[in-house]
Design a protein around this ligand. Structure first.
Ligand code: A2P
Length: 345
């Protein structure tokens, strides 16, 4: 017994990881539909050792689909997710199209899987930076409550798609060859100005909002409140793109509500938390890095310190593979949770 699963954006950075994750997890599949733009239609991709032809993502492609995993950009989700739902599919959407829609559950299974129950056909996968942060915050929230969160991110280029990863590679080569850099994609594809990413740091991820924060920063702020069901939690974010390919790292400052928290207590909480791996041993220079987290499904936490001035304040370093827990794995995990709990309809 298996399900008809569709992957929309199957040729993209996240889509390819979705395909790999479905294979790795031995997801119960009877039929797989791999969908992308017209440009990719006809290309062949291996799935579980068999050739599958990429099809154009058109409304009719969702006939008979049980579960559709979307990662082809917000406008595609806006257009095609309702078409998939109309044809009886449950959609797990990895874009920002529906995340803040009050009707749509926004889910990190370790944190709020019960929210899935209320779905009306679409479940949203949060922003990659948000997912790994809330996975680390949840055990602390549960034990001590949260009073405030301030985060600065160190994000990989793959979050901006395969074209951004290509730009970093080409630019690095050009830089080392002493050639002129011609940035065309980053910080944001389609925005007015472009800056070099090679050997640089760009404090802009996604477009600027009227309040001076970028959209990525506002995603972290708003999505965190929604997932944790803490509408009033003060959250501030600064999101920065750095020249490496995979995994996002975050410096997270949090203040807890209740007394009794300590570095030792937080370590215990992270050790017990599902999906979280504690990697924190300064004596042995042990802490997670983007490279050490790459290819793994967990969220890694290290560098846990008590703030030197704020009694209930703590600092954490949180790292995870942005394409896996930040995207493909969290989406597949939502799909697995739906099946395990019989929440398809
Ligand atoms: P394609 O490869 O055919 O362009 P990334 O952000 O990593 O580059 O991935 C974008 C994904 O979204 C790709 O799989 C891409 O397919 C897909 N995509 C882009 N435009 C469309 C479209 N108009 N219809 C369906 N899929 C699209």
């Amino acid at each position: 017994q298996g399900y008809h699963v569709a992957v929309v954006g199957a040729t993209g950075a996240v889509g390819q990881k979705m395909i790999e994750t479905l294979e790795d997890r031995n997801f119960p599949i009877s039929t797989i539909s791999l969908l992308a733009s017209k440009r990719s239609a006809g290309k062949k991709v291996l799935f579980n050792g068999e050739e599958v032809e990429i099809k154009e993502a058109l409304p009719e492609a969702f006939e008979g689909v049980d579960i559709a995993l979307f990662s082809a950009g917000g406008s595609i989700s806006k257009k095609l997710a309702p078409e998939a739902v109309k044809r009886g599919a449950v959609v797990v959407d990895n874009t920002s199209a529906y995340r803040m829609d009050a009707e749509v559950p926004l889910v990190v299974p370790e944190v709020n899987k019960e929210d899935i129950k209320k779905h009306k056909g679409i479940i949203a996968n949060p922003n990659c930076s948000t997912i790994q942060m809330v996975a680390a915050l949840e055990p602390v929230r549960e034990a001590f409550g949260l009073k405030r969160v301030i985060v600065s991110t160190y994000q990989a280029v793959s979050g901006a798609g395969t074209v951004a990863a290509r730009e970093l590679k080409d630019q690095s080569q050009a830089f080392l060859n002493g050639e002129e850099l011609k940035p065309e994609i980053l910080p944001v594809k389609g925005d007015e100005k472009h800056y070099p990413i090679a050997f640089n740091a760009l404090p802009q991820i996604d477009v600027f909002q009227e309040n001076g924060y970028t959209f990525e920063e506002m995603k972290m702020i708003n999505e965190t409140k929604k997932i944790l069901h803490l509408d009033k939690l003060p959250v501030a974010a600064t999101c920065v793109r750095l020249p490496f390919f995979t995994s996002h790292a975050e410096s997270v400052y949090l203040e807890v509500e209740k007394d009794g928290a300590s570095v030792a207590k937080l370590k215990e909480l992270f050790e017990a938390a599902p999906g979280v791996v504690l990697e924190d041993d300064p004596e042995n220079q042990s802490y997670p890095t983007p490279l050490s987290a790459e290819g793994k499904r967990d969220v890694f936490v290290g560098r846990i310190r008590r703030d030197l001035d704020q009694e209930n304040g703590f600092h954490l370093w949180v790292v995870s593979d942005n394409l896996l827990k930040g995207a493909a794995w969290n989406s597949v995990q939502i799909a697995e949770t739906i099946i395990e709990n019989n929440w398809l309809k």
